[in-house]
Write a protein that binds this ligand. Structure first.
Ligand SMILES: Cc1cc2nc3c(=O)[nH]c(=O)nc-3n(C[C@H](O)[C@H](O)[C@H](O)COP(=O)(O)O)c2cc1C
Length: 400
């Protein structure tokens, strides 16, 4: 297997087959099937919302490379009169800097420094992108799942939600999507985490609890709602409280970037994945097992994704790894997306295939009908988390 992997790594570095997941299944007997928001995916690698999902050219490049899914840039919701309470997030900024970032414990990673925020063009332009995304989603094996992302009004405690933003924006998106249930990701961003609006814990928990129902009610054919939770400026225990509050959502993306309050910018790198993995560990220990977990944060190798999968994540959303200088990818041809996928899946020491083969050797993964299955990792984590809940409940009963 390892000899074969070395050969595949070498030749796919010149051209990655679009259906590499089919090839992996046939050749290595590894089923990479993954899941996002209830959709089956050929493999777990997708693109997180941001500057790399702004137009149809980017979508077409990703589809051609064989990416599993894309979350579109976050739209800022508006009323029928065009009013936006979160208008401060719709600012225009083009310059991004891909930089090295040293983590607190001294590891060298990558981050993208950028002062912009949400979608800065019109709602009607966004709807055009959503229609193109829906066509790709419906195109079967030649297509790719594409999901819109939105930031809606978030009130202070005691104040009502501005329904007109939820109603108008969701109805417009649903209309662009057509007759099926609307898939949608709701972004709680790092700049929101850094905003005085997010200073109140109860206020944040109320948003997370109430937003999924509000979006669903505003969508004529219903909606599947993924909440992309932020790294709040509170402790790890609060991250767990947010996961618990999100139980009404169809899925949770964990967790958006950290906020550097001195430089007033969001950042990633190893500090981000360390925190996310630590919180997901804690969630498992406490028996909190959110449905539809999707990972985000410093996924720069197949191994990094496996770290998230072993904590319950069924897919991963990357941004930074699709932006590195070309010299950082081992492939010598193809789009950045194709070069990134090549390294993520086929790298002989850090890729997904070698990582799964190692987990088999360690007895963590077992074959079913001769196949290793990516989704078994998340499923077994949930069983462990449920065992932890039962154990905690039993412990509680014994002491009461
Ligand atoms: C330049 C940039 C813009 C982003 N914009 C958004 C956004 O509009 N909405 C959102 O939900 N996440 C946004 N993100 C977060 C990414 O989708 C992703 O979750 C995060 O960067 C962590 O993944 P990474 O470590 O692979 O970059 C952005 C990230 C970057 C770097």
């Amino acid at each position: 297997m390892r000899g074969r992997l070395a050969t595949d790594f070498e030749r796919f570095g010149r051209e990655l087959p679009r259906d590499f997941a089919g090839y992996v299944r046939q050749t290595y007997r590894i089923d990479l099937t993954a899941r996002y928001l209830g959709y089956d995916l050929p493999h777990p690698f997708g693109k997180g919302s941001g500057q790399l999902s702004l137009n149809t050219d980017q979508l077409e490049t990703d589809r051609a490379a064989g990416l599993a899914f894309v979350v579109l840039k976050t739209l800022i919701a508006e009323t029928a009169a065009g009013e936006r309470t979160m208008g401060a997030w719709a600012i225009h900024e083009t310059r991004m800097a891909v930089e090295r970032r040293l983590s607190l414990d001294g590891r060298d990673g990558w981050t993208v420094t950028w002062k912009g925020r949400g979608w800065d063009r019109s709602l009607s332009e966004y709807l055009g992108l959503v229609r193109a995304g829906r066509d790709l989603t419906c195109a079967g094996p030649d297509g790719m799942l594409v999901v819109p992302s939105v930031k809606y009004h978030l009130p202070r405690l005691g104040e009502p939600f501005i329904e007109a933003e939820y109603a108008h924006t969701t109805a417009q998106l649903a209309d662009a999507w057509g007759d099926a249930q609307l898939p949608i990701e709701k972004d709680f961003s790092p700049t929101l985490a850094g905003d005085p609006l997010a200073d109140e814990r109860d206020q944040v928990l109320r948003w997370i609890g109430e937003v999924p129902g509000r979006i669903r009610r505003a969508a004529p054919h219903g909606a599947r709602v993924q909440l992309k939770l932020m790294n709040a400026r509170f402790d790890d225990a609060f991250q767990i409280e947010m996961l618990v509050a999100a139980r009404g959502a169809d899925g949770v993306t964990a967790f958006n970037r950290l906020f550097d309050s001195e430089r007033r910018v969001a950042y990633g790198g190893w500090d981000l994945s360390d925190r996310n993995l630590r919180v997901l560990d804690l969630a498992g220990e406490r028996g909190v097992a959110p449905a539809g977990l999707s990972a985000t944060g410093n996924i720069c190798s197949g191994r990094a994704l496996l770290d998230y999968a072993r904590r319950g994540c069924e897919s991963g959303q990357l941004h930074t790894f699709f932006q590195l200088p070309l010299s950082e990818y081992p492939a010598t041809a193809g789009s950045r997306t194709a070069r990134a996928l090549h390294a993520l899946v086929f790298h002989p020491t850090d890729g997904l295939i070698v990582g799964m083969l190692e987990l088999e050797e360690q007895g963590v993964l077992a074959r079913h009908n001769g196949e290793l299955r990516f989704l078994d990792l998340a499923a077994s984590h949930f069983t462990e988390a449920q065992k932890a809940t039962t154990e905690a409940q039993r412990h509680g009963e014994e002491h009461s």
